[in-house]
Design a protein around this ligand. Structure first.
Ligand code: DX5
Ligand code: ZN
Length: 224
């Protein structure tokens, strides 16, 4: 079954706790957290104080997407922030391939902290690294917008890249997350290309309908 990971980047931060709980009630499978540092991407967002505040409010896994330079400096802080009396073994922490010179070391470290390691690729970054990382990751994030902001349009040219990721991953137990510009209208096509987890920010939190209904609409779109 395809999983849906609402990105809280588009949530109403004045009532974030309530919003993540509504996402879980609406059938979200993970809570996607976009961490941005103002260097790797031109925006600054969420630190461990925020993940610490919301982690105890949900029972579904946290999916932490680090869009920061030197991610190794902060992995421990983020894992500790969500390790608040819950099972962290299903939580995910992903780093960008563009930010790490020693990817294996960083991915191994993420695993040693007891969470699931992932690697993310910007739209312009070739997938070539992926084949060498298959034993070290449990998820791969294919960015379908240039990271930094919610509400951008899906880059159509990424469909073949998702298909290629599917081929490289083969039958290994690695989730393929597609992140950026996912909507009710394109969700089915993205799943057909090989995605197993859809990240959706504005399609969940900024559409006119309720958070719960927006998640249901995406789920219905991929079940057709
Ligand atoms: C982009 C982030 C995405 C983004 C998705 O930098 O990594 O997770 O918030 O938002 P939408 O679904 O609005 O493109
Ligand atoms: Zn993201």
């Amino acid at each position: 079954m395809i999983k849906i990971a609402p990105s809280i980047l588009s949530a109403d931060f004045s009532k974030l706790g309530e919003e993540v709980q509504r996402a879980e009630r609406g059938g979200a499978d993970l809570i996607h957290v976009d961490v941005m540092d103002g260097h790797f991407v031109p925006n600054i967002t969420i630190g461990p104080l925020v993940t610490k505040a919301i982690a105890p409010l949900v029972t579904i896994p946290m999916d932490i997407h680090l869009m920061i330079e030197n991610p190794r400096l902060y992995i421990k802080d983020f894992v500790e922030s969500i390790d608040v009396g819950r099972d962290i073994s299903k939580d995910c922490v992903s780093v960008h391939v563009e930010t790490c010179s020693h990817l294996h070391r960083v991915l191994k470290e993420i695993k040693e902290y007891g969470v699931r390691p992932g690697v993310a690729f910007n739209p312009g970054t070739p997938l070539e690294h992926l084949r060498y990382l298959l034993d070290d990751i449990e998820l791969v994030i294919i960015m379908t917008v240039n990271p930094g902001f919610g509400g951008q349009s899906f880059i159509e040219g990424m469909i073949p890249k998702i298909k290629r990721a599917r081929e490289i991953v083969g039958d290994k137990n690695i989730e393929i997350l597609v992140d950026g510009g996912v909507t009710v209208a394109n969700a089915n096509k993205i799943v057909d290309a090989g995605a197993t987890i859809l990240v959706a920010g504005s399609a969940v939190f900024n559409e006119k309908d309720s958070i719960e209904n927006n998640i249901k609409k995406i789920r219905e779109a991929v079940m057709k």
